[in-house]
Write a protein that binds this ligand. Structure first.
Ligand code: PEP
Ligand code: MG
Length: 321
């Protein structure tokens, strides 16, 4: 059945009523990027740049970074690639950025915050990303991880713009960013929901702890309400500015076909996932229309637990095995 889906996947995501839902890939290396392009991904929704440099003690030079990013971007020439700036933290250490002695790595100096403790690294990375965009011909959208305030988003946009990057956004991974998404989106072009971290911070449940898996589920109605808050904020910001404000999801939630339907029903525009999940998600999206997706989203929002939300939605989606 999976191979039938794969054979039928034409690289596009769309609902039964023709509404398109671009399906993008999460990648970390050139091999990932080429595999994602071969699998039919329409672009990259999350390039985890820290994966290029996990074994490095010293900051890679601008030339080294440009080469690494160009290799990845070249696989998507003419297409969109969302490049995330380094997301280092004590849990995902890059020796040149992180303080491994932090008592609480998930709440420490990680992601965008490393620009405060190690200024210059972000600006040099953005310079390399801009150079890679020019040499590859891909359409780069750049975004910062672990944003919690409007001034952080503004500062990131200023740095990215100064480097010559045109489309700037931020990840929504903290409840703070979710509830201020409208104000953030009045100042940047797009957001991407990192549901792995957004779930961990909304539920106050460490994503590394298997014993908290039930709490740490993106099906938690509280997490879905965060998503709804972001899409509503985006719609208001878009209306006020007369410009589209793309809301993507690039966490694991996007790879769960039933949850993908719910996310689209909540107003999410694009979904990004590991390439192997693309066909299964496309197959389920193709069987529901916008009105059904909205109904399923409402069911999930009204549930009182992750399990209840998931069961309620799956019961209405007979196309799932
Ligand atoms: C996320 O938090 O959902 C995300 C996509 O980022 P990462 O998994 O790399 O933290
Ligand atoms: Mg994250």
């Amino acid at each position: 059945r999976a191979s039938e889906q794969l054979a039928a996947f034409d690289g596009r995501g769309a609902l039964a009523d023709g509404t398109t839902v671009p399906l993008l890939a999460n990648v970390g290396t050139g091999d990932d990027a080429r595999a994602a392009a071969a699998a039919g991904a329409q672009g990259v929704g999350l390039l985890r740049t820290e994966f290029c440099f996990l074994n490095r003690d010293a900051e890679p030079t601008v030339a080294e970074q440009t080469e690494a990013y160009t290799e990845i971007l070249t696989a998507f020439e003419g297409r969109k690639v969302v490049v995330r700036t380094l997301d280092a933290g004590a849990d995902k250490p890059l020796p040149f950025l992180t303080d491994a002695t932090e008592p609480n790595p998930a709440l420490g100096v990680r992601g965008y915050r490393t620009d405060w403790t190690t200024p210059g690294v972000l600006a040099r990375q953005l310079e390399a990303v801009a150079a890679a965009e020019r040499s590859s011909g891909a359409e780069v959208w750049v975004m910062a991880p672990m944003i919690a305030t409007v001034p952080e988003a503004v500062r990131f946009r200023e740095l990215a713009t100064a480097a010559g990057l045109r489309v700037c956004g931020v990840m929504v991974e903290t409840p703070a960013a979710a509830v201020t998404a409208e104000q953030i989106l009045e100042r940047v072009h797009f957001v991407s929901l990192g549901t792995n971290d957004l779930t961990q911070y909304t539920m106050a449940a460490d994503r590394m702890l298997g014993s908290l898996a039930e709490l740490n589920s993106p099906w938690q109605p509280a997490v879905l309400r965060m998503v709804e808050c972001v899409t509503r904020g985006a719609a208001s910001a878009a209306q006020r500015q007369g410009a589209p404000k793309n809301v993507g999801v690039c966490g694991e939630a996007a790879a769960d076909p039933a949850l993908a339907v719910v996310l689209v029903g909540l107003g999410v525009d694009t979904l990004s996932m590991s390439a192997r999940s693309l066909a299964a998600v496309a197959a389920v999206l193709a069987r529901v229309d916008t009105a059904q997706a909205r109904r399923l989203a409402a069911l999930a929002l009204d549930a009182t637990s992750a399990r209840e939300a998931k069961d309620a939605v799956r019961a209405q989606l007979p196309v799932l095995d």
